[in-house]
Structures are given as C-alpha cells and as structure tokens.
Write a protein that binds this ligand. Structure first.
Ligand code: FES
Ligand code: FES
Length: 220
C-alpha cells in the first residue's frame, strides 16, 4: 500500500473502523455491545448485587424502629418508626393525613409546611422521631368542626388557589405569619411567604387573602 495519503487504496473491508484507537470491524463492535447487553439481561442478580452495594444506607432495612409520641391536631399519637422517616412521610404514610403535600421533598417549595409548637416548618426536612412531646398542627387540624379557620375562609373568599396543591402549605404558613406579626404590608407578606411556592401563580390572591385575614383579626 502507498504511503501517499492521496494515493491510498480503499479499505478492503468497508466495515473496518477505528474504535477507541484500535482497528475493529463494525461486526466485532456490535457483537461486543450485544454481549454486554446480554450479560446485563441474563445476570440481573449481578446487577442487583452491585446496585445494593452502591445503595445509600437510607434504603437498607437494617435500622431499628424507635417510638415517638406527640400531639397531632389536639390528639395524642404514638408511633413506632424507622428513625429516618420524615415528619411529612409519617403524616402521609403512617397517619393517613394527606392534606400536607409533598412537592420537592427538599425544603424548597413549602408544600409540606405544618405548625410545630406554633412555628411553621418544612416537614420534609424534619425526622418524625425528633418531635417527641411536640404539638403538631396540620391543615386538617385548623378548622373547628364545621367552622373554617379565618385564614382558610379568606383563601376561599379571595380565590387564593387554582389547582390547590400548594394551598395547605400556604395556609399553614399564613397562620404562622399572622402570629409572627409579619403581615404589615403586601411587601412584607410577599417576603415572609416567599418559602411557599405556587406553580399556578396565585400570588396576588394569596396576598389578598392574608391581608383580609389580618384585617378581620385586627377588627375582632
Ligand atoms: Fe417540603 Fe417542598 S416538600 S419544602
Ligand atoms: Fe396550584 Fe398553588 S394553587 S400550585
């Protein structure tokens, strides 16, 4: 074969390719790929074992359950839980209180806001077993029987929601905000509600609802 690049013979086998620096045929390459796929398909145990080895501790069922007691919406509650269960999951999965929503599960959206000893917290960021003796209030515990909490009534009156997914968190947050005295102006309300995201963009009506609840509270 000539060394002149302009005078090269065409490749005897058009399938010949340079793959990762080594000459190999396309057929060889495809065989290798097929072999790898078959290995994965035929050896799920191997794959599972590798995945298990790489799994974070939180997914391994090797932690002993811990007992916790708290007061939830005015009623004493006793649970035995894996200590890694968040308060949000304890409420939703163990106590069937699904009013509190899981949005991001990372403390960024506020959908999971509940009140603990009167303070608002993101329940997705808090382990349930750390709430021994606490008083926890969720959206289900705000109304008094048939009578809505004034903030709930104001959200209804002012259309403070569209899809409603963020609404339980918005309302719990607003209840705490009023107690904190952070509803002095629309700007202040927006600032102190900024941890509660509304994907529907119902913000103007949420602010109006909180303003109205504040006015009613002041008039009472
Ligand atoms: Fe807790 Fe988003 S679900 S902050
Ligand atoms: Fe839909 Fe807020 S009402 S996310």
């Amino acid at each position: 074969m000539s060394n002149d690049p302009l005078n090269q013979e065409p490749l005897a086998d058009l399938d010949q390719l340079l793959i990762f620096g080594d000459p190999a045929t396309r057929r060889t390459f495809l065989k290798q790929v097929a072999g790898t796929s078959a290995a994965l398909a035929l050896s799920p145990t191997l794959v599972t074992k590798k995945a298990e080895a790489a799994a974070p501790a939180a997914t391994r069922p090797d932690t002993e359950a811990v007992e916790v007691q708290f007061v939830l919406n005015g009623r004493a509650v006793q649970l035995r839980l894996d200590p890694r269960v968040t308060l949000l999951d304890a409420l939703r999965e163990h106590l069937a209180l699904t009013g509190t929503k899981k949005g991001c599960d990372h403390g960024q959206c506020g959908a999971c806001t509940v009140l603990v000893n009167g303070q608002r917290i993101n329940s997705c960021l808090s382990f349930a077993v750390t709430h021994e003796g606490d008083e926890i209030t969720t959206i289900e515990g705000l109304a008094k029987g048939e009578e809505l909490h004034p903030v709930q009534a104001a959200f209804l009156e002012h259309d403070g929601f569209q899809c409603g997914y963020c609404t339980p968190g918005q309302i719990c947050s607003a209840v705490a905000l009023l107690r904190e005295g952070h509803a002095g102006s629309d700007g202040e309300i927006r600032e102190w509600m900024s941890g509660n995201i509304c994907r529907c963009g119902a913000y103007p009506n949420i602010v109006a609802a909180i303003r109205a609840a504040k006015a009613k509270e002041s008039a009472a």
